[in-house]
Unconditional design. Sequence first.
Lengths: 275, 290
Amino acid sequence: MKLLNYLLKGLNWVLLLTVILIFIFPFFWMITTAFKSFSETMMFPPKWIPDQWLWQNFVDAWQSGPFLHYYINSITVTVSILVLQFLTVIPASYAFARYRFKGDRFLFALIMITLMIPAQLIFLPVYLQMSSWGLIDSLASLIIPFASSAFGIFLIRQAFKQVPNELIEAARLDQASEWKIMWKIMVPYAKPTIITFALFSFITHWNDYFWPLVMTNSELSRTLPVGIARLRDIDSGASWNLVMAGNMLLVVPILVIFFLAQRHIIKAFVYTGVK
Amino acid sequence: MKSWPIIRPYVMIAPALIVFLLFFIYPIYYMVYLSLHSWDFISPTKDFVGLSNFQQLLNSSEFAKVLSNTLVYTFGTVVFSITLALFLALWLNRSTRIHRLAQTAVFSPYIISLASIALLWLWMMDPDFGLLNWLLSLVGIPKQPWLTDQNTALFSLILVAVWKGVGFNTLVFIAGLQSIPKDLYEAADLDQSPKWRTFYKITLPMLTPTLFFLVVTNVIVSFQVFDTVHIMTLGGPVNSTNTLVFNIYMHGFRFFNIGYASAVGVILLILLAIMTWLYFRLLSKRVHYQ
């Protein structure tokens, strides 16, 4: 019985390690490929560790397109979206959490409905709108549609509702303006939720391939995911070492953030989605 | 100044509301409008053609293929991913270090850009030098064509989607498992209920709301598949991975057939609306459970 127990435990460990490998090994494969020489990518069975770690691949990948532009664009877009969302989501959440006004339920429902409208459904009409405004192929077309977030309003309104009434009443007695109450009491109180939402929003837009692909058509307004996917076209699918080197430029920042703020991120994506 | 408190909430909501109206609500109306017109994007006039775009679409064998691809992809992804996630959740729901490490590992692809993952798997599925064919060769299975054959391409896309998404589903299931009151299990233990019976009588029913939530959200996400198609197959070979969103993209941006593309969009809208309606019905039921 004891032996069986040990065997089961051992089997459990082996299976656990297999599962971990299935999900981690592809990333290892990406990293070693990124350092291989071109001929080393053309071997079967594959070469696991390159003879020489070719840092040059990163230079070559970087120089094969305007990667500095891609990086700057990616950062500009994600940061602008975050700032704009902060400015539009917080007042709206405050209004929905703390005021009763005519049509409040209707307006809230209207905003929540947009949660169910993915970018993949409406890109064509939005593209046509943008083109009539002359905004195609501009960073603005990547930023403005996401200047607010229904998911953010949903989350932060929830958090604002939990602020104790006494705190607000006391501030009102002290003649604090509503503006001040919002930024000095509500926002600090809801800080964990706001950080959670910010992480969610940052990762989502940093990773986004679809929207920039659809809205931009010149190198100078593309973002990193689109730029990296084009590495494969330029090299007609052959130079996997360069494609994977480029890929690492996109993945590494996210993996670093993931390791630093693992709990926050899991919470941002999983638990907020459930509740 | 007296009216300020009345106007104030509207002013606070206005910036957000304008964004939603301009970029989410109005485009839906505009898409339905366009689906009833014929337009090539360049000509100054849009001709009203009634339902002829829809007629064309329903008579097209390409659209039948696109719709069936999307439904097969959705069905395959959702069934695989959720079944696997349920097993993983039951197994990994422990707080020892290795179990937690496994949870994190399984989840990690979820936060990586789908573009990166598509490129990575495109390389792993390379028929000549890819990692997957090497793994198969270890157990004596001949090289597979993966994305380059119309019989295996859609399945390969499903595999990528499952690998990326199963971790999210697993963690949501684990959250669901942890919210089941412990005393239910203690009672079952007292009754000396066998494990499988506890699972069927307690775990599964208590997990049903989570399961429904996951099925609906997974279906909605799968309906929108695009990135992997665009990077890995471009809808091919021979339309075997052409899906709804990719089809809209091609007709809109490559063939400039705006009316037809919008009609396909309206079909997607209807599919999404059905799922959303289901979701809200289940949500209201979920309240009744508690």
